[in-house]
Ligand binder design. Structure first.
Ligand code: ADP
Length: 295
């Protein structure tokens, strides 16, 4: 059972032959608007893998709020996790090129209004993991992580979009998952173990750095660095690959798997998602993951 400090964003994207340059308008091949947001994607990906997901997500009072309600219902996630706030529902716009590369900008809107008081410590007590991304403000993350750690419950932080990590949040983070950009912002150089030691002394037991199609590397206090190659697939859209990876890693550890098993399954989740368009429909179910790993 997982408690998510969530975020919700209506993710609009256009498919283009190449990413546009400043001042240029391109003829796009397709337009897609789908429910997303890093917090929602992480929660959805974990739910598809069989985890029971609880948590809090802030939405606005605008028409996009209805997209959140139907997305939660459609995915089988409880809508009582959705809190109505005064701002607009999070929304973003992205470009995806033929190689699956993307760039995007997100207006977080109501997600910024999630507060420490919105976190339910009693519900956290019923969970085995609390997870958060940086599409949520520091206050609810800090409150939830402190509540979790005081009960001996593990926490997972994906500090994306990147901002400096509050020392208190880092102290209460058990698993830190960063991509290349976030790793640099955390002062991590994977070629220099002293940089990892410094971060791990400040809190996390496990640090995973994801490297896109070059795979990932996990550092932990109890074993040497463990490299994981990416699974070779034809990537069509890497949006959500990192969220799928984090969910696969977390759910495998929750099921009692080792770091090695968690990395293998996380990489499979990332690859399956990168090989499919969009994010909402791209996250694998537990069954699809098993089939993919057996093949
Ligand atoms: P983020 O999306 O957060 O920036 P990454 O791009 O590092 O994260 O991707 C996360 C993980 O997803 C990678 O470690 C890898 O396992 C998988 N992945 C991403 N892109 C690809 C790809 N093109 N082919 C196969 N796996 C991929």
């Amino acid at each position: 059972r997982i408690y998510a400090i969530g975020s919700f964003v209506v993710a609009c994207s256009v498919k283009v032959a190449r990413l546009p340059r400043a001042g240029e308008s391109l003829d796009a091949d397709a337009f897609v608007a789908e429910p997303g947001g890093k917090g929602f994607n992480l929660a959805l990906a974990a739910h598809r893998l069989g985890a029971v997901v609880d948590g809090v997500f802030a939405i606005g009072g605008d028409p996009f709020a209805a997209v959140a309600v139907s997305a939660f219902e459609g995915a089988g996630l409880a809508t009582d996790m959705l809190l109505k706030r005064s701002g607009s529902t999070g929304a973003g716009i992205g470009f995806i090129d033929k190689a699956g590369e993307n760039c995007l900008a997100v207006s977080l809107g109501a997600n910024r209004e999630l507060a420490a008081e919105d976190v339910a410590p009693a519900k956290i007590g019923d969970c085995n993991l609390v997870m958060a991304t940086f599409e949520s403000p520091d206050a609810p993350i800090a409150a939830a992580f402190a509540a979790a750690r005081s009960r001996g419950i593990r926490t997972l932080l994906n500090p994306s979009p990147s901002r400096p990590i509050d020392a208190q949040i880092l102290a209460h983070t058990s698993i830190l998952i960063v991509n290349r950009v976030e790793a640099v912002d955390c002062g991590i150089d994977i070629a220099d173990e002293t940089t990892l030691e410094r971060v791990m002394q400040a809190g996390p037991e496990i640090v995973v750095v994801t490297l896109g199609k070059d795979g990932a590397v996990a550092f932990s206090r109890c074993e040497p660095p463990r490299w994981q190659a990416a699974v070779a697939v034809t990537a069509v859209d890497t949006i959500g690959a990192g969220d799928a990876f984090s969910a696969g890693f977390a759910v495998t550890l929750l099921q009692g798997g080792s770091i090695e098993e968690a990395l293998t399954r996380a990489a499979a989740c990332g690859a399956i998602t990168a090989a499919r368009f969009g994010a909402f429909d791209a996250f694998p179910t537990a069954f699809e993951l098993e089939r993919f790993c057996e093949a």
